[in-house]
Write a protein of this length. Sequence first.
Length: 164
Amino acid sequence: MSAPVGHRPRTMDRDTRLAALAPLEALVGTWVLRAGFGGAQAQGSSGRASFAWGLDGMVLEQRTTVDHPDAPDSLAIIALDDDGRAFTQHYFDSRGVVRRYAMTFDGRTWTLSRQAPDASPLHFSQRYAGTLSADGSEIRGAWEIAHDHVTFEKDFDWDLVRIA
């Protein structure tokens, strides 16, 4: 019997996939989010982020709320790529924006990058780099933007402090 149209068999068994997802366990929990707009930690730009396993541990769900009029609340689903070497973050927000980010996380350094059109047009390129502290209590990082898709500049700080 042949596979359904559009179906690609998984290249890894469940245990191998779970092992490849294991570094993301460092993100699981509840965090205070601090976003600094305009180059400094802005008043009223705090919020919360939570990370929790979904679908029997096959995806990591990320939910954020931000108390700033220019910052949307969001839901992201993080999944392992089929090759098992990287992740994809599927992002949705309260403005109706849908994006897909290439993601890496090695247990310490977290990167997100969007440099090609996906579910929405690519009006600008984006990337994030954050570092998890040695004790796992903080992630410090910043988003960058490239309006010309080449020259990146800092867009805003995006830090997390673990509370649970």
